[in-house]
Design a protein around this ligand. Structure first.
Ligand code: ASP
Length: 620
């Protein structure tokens, strides 16, 4: 039989697979002629063979309907009693049996069409039915919506993934990676693999360690990223590298994180940040156009300082029009200490957030928002409801207005653009607390009040500081210690806290999609950064000797970035969690409930690894 057009369409992007697929058909090694979801009117009167799972079985007064499901969708197959043997088999099958069906495509009568089914305009009149495998009743039904707990879904992930919405997400993920590969291949990037058993690469998380059997007492670290290897590939002259790379970070999984995750990892030589941002921005623009038919304009650039000031976040969600507006200057001299204290402290921030139309907010909602900002350490949430500005103080409803001169209030209300009917929230505390609390409140209000002005809002955040100060006054690299500063080694050493880096992050809808930087390619600069970070000469040699060596032997100027693939797919599929777009994710406690990993190992294996446990595991 001729290879069907529908199937061709799906594989048009992958010529070699297409040929293989066609060849198999020629040699009759493939069982199916079509995927269920690809059947349509153009195939009317043709014979087809389907292979898949029994999604639903219905007995309609002497006629049996089987909905057969495969990864492309569903097809309805009708068995009538004329073919007694086939009919008897159809009568015996149950949900999730694996079957092969041969039959003829026919149009459904007008009234019997199903717009919710890709193949809903046709049905197949079944001639032959072969049961390829039986199935026990699945732990949760697939043919109706049921609220199944995530633990059960993950334990039986192979069944969960049969659900069309899950299959859709993984299919989209595959289209995303192939679009990205195509773009990078076409632009001269080489796909190079880097080791999984390696040394620690500092990206700010805890390492996963693997004990060495052949080197007693020594451990490999799983890579937190291929960072140093991709830099070494630049030193080796590869010029443009990419890898869709697994990375491992042993973090507390409070947020939506996974201990192993995938990055689209990129590095280039002889390009500056403008070039690298340009290439990768085009990659992302192409991707959205190809896969979702969404067009972005050029991405705006925003400094970190501006993002923090206006949105209280290093990854601002620009779909939400609310902004933070600083008002310390108006509150320095007021008697109200809650405001005057922070307004006079350079480490603090006093800011206002206007919510248009928010004056009608009930007390309970304000109380809930007060609790919400408490999560971020805010001690309260002051507000002014602007009922009628023309009425002066009388027109303002607020627990704080009596403590602040009306002139100052009016300057503040003018500055935030408040009009009658608005509410203005205030934050006054340590700058970090205020930005985090009001930044998060801004997002929450955006969702609660549905304030989104567009569907996609990408941007670049730039001008990050080189270092963050820890509570004990020591410094940590804001990106990683291989990021180049915008200044000379001498300037960096003289005032590290003021130094900006050549790093950049791409942000989409309030999520960091990726980040990278121009790297240090000069040994003196690299050692200066290590010194500022408090890494002694000995430790530098011990941990990064190979990098310092590489920097001596002709390292080109280079830089790159990495995108988080799971996050990207999550945004593009509209999934609620990255676990929904990973075939076999770990739970929040970093375990796999299906394979029961991590698992205990026997004493012999531990001995070989030179390991003695501090506490014996509890007997089962
Ligand atoms: N290695 C960095 C990361 O994993 C990305 C980069 O700088 O290229 O975040």
């Amino acid at each position: 039989m001729a290879f069907c057009l529908g199937a061709l369409r799906v594989y048009r992007r992958n010529a070699s697979y297409r040929n293989e697929f066609a060849d198999h058909r020629k040699h009759h090694t493939m069982m199916r002629s079509h995927y269920c979801g690809q059947l349509n009117e153009s195939l009317a009167d043709q014979e087809v063979t389907l292979c898949g799972w029994v999604h639903r079985r219905r007995d309609h007064g002497g006629v049996i309907f089987l909905d057969i499901r495969d990864r492309e969708g569903l097809a309805q197959v009708v068995f009538d009693p004329d073919r007694a043997e086939t009919f008897a088999k159809a009568d015996r099958v149950r949900s999730e049996y694996v079957v092969k069906v041969t039959g003829k495509v026919r149009l459904r009568p007008e009234g019997a069409r199903n717009a919710n089914m890709a193949s809903g305009a046709i049905e197949v009149l079944g001639y032959e039915l072969e049961v390829l495998n039986e199935a026990e009743t699945p732990p949760f039904p697939l043919n109706e919506y049921t609220d199944v707990g995530e633990e059960t879904r993950l334990r039986y992930r192979f069944i969960d993934l049969r659900r069309p919405e899950m299959a859709e997400k993984l299919k989209l993920r595959s289209r995303i990676t192939s679009s990205i590969r195509r773009y990078l291949d076409d632009n001269g990037f080489l796909d190079v693999e880097t080791p999984i058993l390696t040394r620690a690469t500092p990206e700010g998380a805890r390492d996963y360690l693997v004990p060495s059997r052949t080197h007693a007492g020594s451990f490999f670290a799983l890579p937190q990223s291929p960072q140093l290897f991709k830099q070494l590939l630049m030193v080796a002259g590869f010029d443009r590298y990419y890898q869709i790379a697994k990375c491992f970070r042993d973090e507390d999984l409070r947020a939506d994180r996974q201990p192993e995750f995938t990055q689209i990892d990129i590095e280039t030589s002889f390009l500056d940040e403008k070039d690298i941002m340009g290439i990768t921005e085009t990659m992302v623009r192409n991707l959205f156009k190809e896969v979702l038919d969404v067009e972005f304009g050029e991405l705006p650039h925003m400094s970190l300082a501006e993002a923090m000031r206006r949105f209280g976040s290093d990854k601002p969600d620009l779909r939400i029009p609310l902004e933070l507006v600083d008002v310390e200057d108006q509150l320095k001299d007021v008697e109200f200490k809650v405001f005057a204290g922070p307004a006079n402290d350079p480490k603090c921030r006093v800011t206002a957030l206007r919510v248009p139309g928010g004056a009608s907010m009930p007390r309970k909602q304000i109380d809930d928002y007060t609790k919400f900002v408490g999560i971020y350490g805010a001690k309260g949430l002051a507000y002014i409801k602007v009922n009628e500005r023309a009425a002066g103080v009388e027109g303002l409803q607020s627990p704080i207005v009596k403590n602040i001169p009306l002139d100052n209030i009016n300057v503040i209300l003018d500055r935030v653009g408040a009009v009658d009917g608005d509410i203005v929230f205030f934050g006054a505390d340590k700058a970090r607390i205020v930005s985090e609390a009001l930044g998060a409140l801004r997002i929450k209000l955006g969702h609660d009040l549905n304030l989104f002005t567009c569907e996609w809002a990408p941007l670049w955040v730039v001008d990050f500081p080189m270092f963050e100060e820890n509570d004990d006054g020591s410094l940590t690299a804001m990106h990683h210690p291989f990021t180049a500063p915008k200044c000379t080694p001498a300037e960096l050493e003289a005032n590290p806290a003021a130094a900006l880096s050549r790093a950049y992050d791409m942000v989409l809808n309030g999520t960091e999609l990726g980040g990278g930087s121009i790297r240090i390619h000069d040994k003196t600069m690299q050692q200066t950064v290590f010194r500022v970070l408090g890494i002694s000469e000995d430790e530098q040699q011990e941990k990064f000797g190979f990098l310092l060596d590489a920097l001596k032997y002709g390292a080109p100027p280079h830089g790159g970035l990495a995108f988080g693939l799971d996050r990207l797919v999550m945004l593009m599929t509209g999934a609620q969690s990255i676990r929904e777009v990973i075939a076999f994710p770990k739970t929040q406690s970093a375990a796999c409930v299906m394979t029961q990993a991590p698992g205990e190992v026997d004493n012999k294996s531990l001995r070989e690894l030179h390991i003695r446990l501090r506490e014996q595991p509890k007997a089962e």
